[in-house]
Design a protein around this ligand. Sequence first.
Ligand SMILES: [Zn+2]
Length: 123
Amino acid sequence: MLAQTARVRARRMRRSQRAPCDPGHIELKGNEELWAAAPFGGIQPLGNQLGEGRHCPVCGSTVIRPVGLGQALALLIDELLGRSPPSPIATRSAMALVGWAKHYMGSPASSALSTGNGERIDD
Ligand SMILES: [Zn+2]
């Protein structure tokens, strides 16, 4: 079981051109090609911003970086339409996004909207 998992990981690593796995996943977050190729890990609220999760193809941990609302919705639609039934992570993300939008965009008078535009979070 463990050996099989290791083989799968090794295969993934080769396929994704040996994605770097530094402690903060800085390179993964900063390389658009690697980022887009990494498996989708959901959308989650980060205060008044949104975070996009991706699974590191090397160690499997979930890496989060800020994402704008439009991009978050586009990713979610892709996920929701891409599988039938939708993956649990896509469904959970959509529900989280609804809660986030109600809180931060609930009334037209509130202009507290500030979405991420590619700036990185150092975790
Ligand atoms: Zn990693």
